[in-house]
Design a protein around this ligand. Structure first.
Ligand SMILES: Cc1cc2nc3c(=O)[nH]c(=O)nc-3n(C[C@H](O)[C@H](O)[C@H](O)COP(=O)(O)O)c2cc1C
Length: 191
């Protein structure tokens, strides 16, 4: 079984999403002792913007190949300017490749990446839950749900929010997310 772990926060060692994604990866490794794990730090080794040659040669797209080979993918993402870090968008641009992770036909789009488990650690400064005044500004979780849904995957989320709303809120938000990460199911999905 293969685990692919990706981080995209620019906040280095003090990053909230990195702490949560690490707890998720640790949990999955503890639950699956033989799992083969790979890690990519998209802030330390950023990908350039998408170019046409990437679309033309899927075999040379190492990020796509690593994603296709993974059974479980863990993604750490801070919530930046109401969306995901651009580092993560550049990675997604290498994963959403026609004929590889989705296809179009008479029935419309079809996801080809089903059977994979994707777990996102998403951390937000404010509050964006259902019914909150800023809920309509949440374009991180909603975007990732749409993108992964398009390729046939229903992503799971471990969210910490309210992290910029004072020490108490930050401590409580992180504690709840770390608890959720440590109690996640370790199972892979059946292909
Ligand atoms: C560049 C930048 C933009 C941000 N934009 C928002 C935002 O639009 N809404 C929000 O609630 N928090 C925002 N924040 C706060 C982050 O969502 C919060 O600090 C989160 O925990 C960052 O995760 P990280 O530490 O893993 O990068 C922003 C933080 C940064 C660094």
């Amino acid at each position: 079984m293969k685990l692919l772990h990706i981080d995209s926060s620019i906040n280095g060692p003090v990053s909230a999403s990195r702490a949560v994604s690490a707890a998720i990866a640790e949990r999955l490794q503890a639950e699956n002792p033989g799992i083969e794990a790979a890690y990519h730090d998209l802030a330390a080794q950023p990908l350039p913007h998408l170019t046409l040659d990437v679309l033309g040669d899927p075999a040379a797209n190492a990020h796509l190949q690593a994603f296709l080979a993974a059974d479980i993918v863990v993604i750490g993402a801070g919530f930046y300017n109401f969306s995901i870090p651009s580092q993560l968008k550049a990675w997604l641009d290498r994963i959403l490749i026609g004929g590889q992770t989705f296809s179009y036909g008479p029935e419309g789009p079809k996801g080809l990446a089903g059977g994979k488990r994707v777990i996102v650690a998403l951390t937000r400064g404010g509050l964006y839950g259902e019914g909150s005044p800023a809920a309509s500004l949440e374009h991180g979780e909603t975007y990732l749900k749409a993108v992964f849904g398009f390729i046939g995957v229903t992503p799971e989320f471990v969210v910490a929010e309210g992290l910029a709303m004072g020490d108490e809120a930050r401590v409580a938000g992180m504690a709840a997310a770390l608890d959720a990460a440590r109690s996640l199911s370790g199972a892979a999905l059946a292909a």
